[in-house]
Write a protein that binds this ligand. Structure first.
Ligand code: AMP
Ligand code: GLY
Length: 471
């Protein structure tokens, strides 16, 4: 087996899954170097060298790459912060190690305004109606309030408020979910506007899909659709989170989509890529996952909610372990500019996350459900891991926001551990994921119980049917 070295810049379970598929390679013996947000127990075990960089500071990551330069063939980056801050440009300039992620200038996840303007130019039919509010254009609260109210009247109140950049404000707010009156909406708006530019866009009624594609800079290679569950609680209630779980069907698109919905997504993504590429001189700049489009399937076709410049967490976990091609080969093709196709097994996958009581405001909303005596106890993954005796490679246990202390593992603040089930259909995959999740004890962890559940999927199917009959 050929021996190679890979640097993984890791945030949570998404990168644990990357490490897992690299180390399961049947063609390469992969030595892993990990710049990690925390002392992740899985990564510590698998890495040749593991360095904790809690803020994922790009300078510190680059120094780690420099120190191990002679042993690293390429680097891959999962989380958005270092990508947006230019990790690729820095490492490539200082070490010559090729890095898989977009260059800073093209990591458009950094600005929702930039994304909207790009999509307006290339594919206006997929862009919700939007207006940009820049603090520089207004002298006082009265004038901005007038402009905001006029626009929200035009949208008949169906408005979504989005800060251009991640801020200390309240973030994305949706009419009917996070505010119910114009006054509340304006309060939400101001909590963001005090830090910078804010978009107010049309609220789209529909069902969401996550569309991701690998890119070698020259070709866009679509991956199967996945469905994330963003809201904290069952039945899609509660605040938005990073994603509580996700699924992929055995076919390329989701049960509530039609083949033509998928084709529309492919056409939109390809059109964006083709036109965007003509503006970029460096044909390696978009390497990685430059287009992870969150679509809302509406009565008038798919609309883009946002774009991310990286693989989705958890969505890429639904795909990486079921790639037919060796992931190392895929990475080399991405770097060499000759990735034209990726084969994925025709199976379903379901990922469920377990999270701590503070996550998503659970302890405040359901104080009686929190097992208080368990809160500071270690997380025990042994029973979940031992399910591989029963399911073989069809179960994967991926620690995320947890750390090794001595020989015990403890939960941190974000999504602690994900369990992936792989099956012939969604229900089979879900049962495996749930069995794994239920086997994990300690730290008063909790999870949504309806990730990829039949009744959840059925509700989405019915919703889309109803929207399609409105045509
Ligand atoms: P974002 O951070 O842009 O992905 O938004 C977070 C969540 O807010 C999305 O997953 C949607 O559920 C919701 N959302 C964002 N934009 C819209 C929109 N234009 N219409 C309806 N819902 C939206
Ligand atoms: N699961 C949502 C995200 O990765 O942004």
């Amino acid at each position: 087996m050929e021996k190679i070295g890979v640097l993984v810049v890791a945030y949570g379970a998404r990168e644990t899954a990357m490490v897992d598929v690299f180390t399961r390679s049947r063609k390469y013996e992969v030595q892993i170097f990990i710049a990690d947000k925390q002392k992740n127990p899985f990564n510590v075990k698998k890495a040749a060298k593991h360095l904790v960089i809690p803020d994922l500071d790009v300078e510190k990551i680059c120094q780690f790459a420099e120190a191990n330069k002679s042993d690293i063939d390429f680097a891959i980056v999962g989380p958005e912060k270092p990508i947006i801050e230019g990790i690729r440009d820095l490492i490539e300039k200082r070490t010559g190690i090729p890095v898989i992620c977009p260059k800073k200038q093209y990591a458009i996840e950094a600005s929702k305004v930039e994304q909207r303007l790009l999509f307006e130019e290339i594919t206006p039919e997929a862009n919700p109606r939007f207006k940009v509010f820049n603090p520089k254009d207004y002298n006082d609260v009265t004038s901005v309030k007038k402009a905001v109210y006029e626009w929200v009247d035009e949208l008949q109140n169906q408005a979504v408020v989005k800060p251009d950049k991640p801020t200390a404000g309240k973030g994305v707010g949706v009419w009917g979910d996070h505010f119910f009156t114009k006054e509340q909406m304006f309060e939400h708006f101001m909590s963001n506007f005090q830090y910078g530019t804010v978009i107010i866009e049309e609220k789209i009624d529909g069902e969401e899909s996550s569309f991701m594609a690998f890119c070698d800079g020259k070709h866009l290679v679509p991956l199967p659709d996945t469905r994330d569950h963003k809201r904290a609680f069952d039945d899609d209630r509660g605040p938005n989170t990073g994603g509580m779980g996700s699924y992929k069907d055995e076919k390329e698109y989701l049960p509530f989509m039609t083949e033509s919905d998928r084709q529309n997504e492919l056409n939109i993504a390809q059109k964006i890529f083709d036109k965007w590429s003509t503006k970029i001189q460096d044909n390696t700049a978009l390497r990685g996952v430059p287009l992870y489009l969150a679509f809302m399937h509406s009565s008038s076709g798919p609309k883009i909610l946002e774009n991310n410049s990286r693989p989705g967490d958890p969505e890429i976990i639904n795909i990486l372990p079921v790639l037919k091609d060796d992931f190392v080969d895929i990475c080399y093709k991405i770097i060499d500019g000759n990735l034209t196709k990726v084969d994925v097994e025709k199976v379903a996958t379901v990922l469920t996350y377990k999270v701590p009581p503070s996550y998503g405001g659970y302890a405040d909303v359901f104080p009686n459900r929190v097992k208080k005596s368990e809160i500071d106890t270690p997380v025990d993954l042994a029973a979940a891991y031992s399910l591989s005796h029963k399911y073989g490679e069809r179960i994967r246990v991926y620690p995320g926001s947890m750390e090794l202390r001595g020989n015990k593992t403890f939960a941190l603040k974000s999504r602690v551990v994900g369990v992936l089930g792989i099956g012939g259909n969604i229900e089979e995959a879900r049962q495996i994921s749930l069995e794994g999740i239920n086997a994990i004890k300690g730290a008063a962890l909790w999870s949504r119980t309806d990730i990829a559940a039949k009744h959840h999927i059925q509700k989405c199917v019915e919703h889309m049917k109803q929207l399609r009959t409105q045509l």
